[in-house]
Ligand binder design. Sequence first.
Ligand code: ZN
Length: 323
Amino acid sequence: MDDDDLHPLLKAYEGLPAAVAGAGRDPVNTPMIRHWCEAMGDGNPAYTGPAAIAPPTMLQAWIMGGLSGHEGRAQAYDELLGLLDDAGCTSVVATDCEQEYARPLRPGDEVAFDTVIESVSRRKTTKLGTGYFVTTRTDVRVGESLVGTHRFRILKYAPASTRDRASTRDRAPTRDRDRSRKSEEPPALRPRPVVNRDNAGFWEGVREHRLLLQRCAACAVLRFPWLPGCQSCGSPEWDTVEACGEGTVFSYVVLHHPPFPAFDPPYAISLVELAEGVRMVSNVVGTPYDKVRIGMPVRLEFREYDDELTLPVFHQVSQEVTG
Ligand code: ZN
């Protein structure tokens, strides 16, 4: 079917609970923190000693159900997954998670949580197959106070047939085969950027064809990519400056493999040093991949890849002066 008839049915589950009144299996505790830090190779002194806090990214560890799972899994979530199973989306893969932290957790804290189905995407076709991204949001509390939020996204999908997958996996990136693929399928779109609270201003700038750098309001150090705090002095206060658009190729790699949809290897990925001194990963467009060179002067342009996606890219500045 071409119309995404299933999506409205799935969307009706947005806002319904996926887990109610969950409780952490154990209080926040020193042994788990120590094992985590050892596994991660994280020697931060904040995580040891009498005033220790738990590493913020352990948020999910405190709410995991273990092999036996949790009480309180809500019917709505099972129904939603059942609908997807019935539609042939029988496979699942976890794609990503996002966390926000309201305050640190400390040994002895007892966490409770609720999980809602936050969103169900429209039908998407990925290399694995066609399906729907389902995002759940878990609010983690100690007592009445929110300590953090954990968003977890899965792709529930109908696996591409074994033959399709084999042909994708083994596909040599030859022009002929690309062309035959393209005649059967709509062209793949570039991946969407992940826009969040910390970088939304950057993408707003891009929409207005302005490349905005963050500038620390305390020490004036510029930074890119966008971050919540200054890497030099730690200040969370910042404003922005617009890059003039001049730069040079600081480094580059040429990607031959693996092939990704919407990209046509080989191509060069460049680390461009802007005139302002910060560096960004981008593409040099209009120059063959084997002609990109370190030190090449480049200038910013904004390229519209599709109706929804504009990206800052760079083109080589001609060495000849015309005029
Ligand atoms: Zn600073």
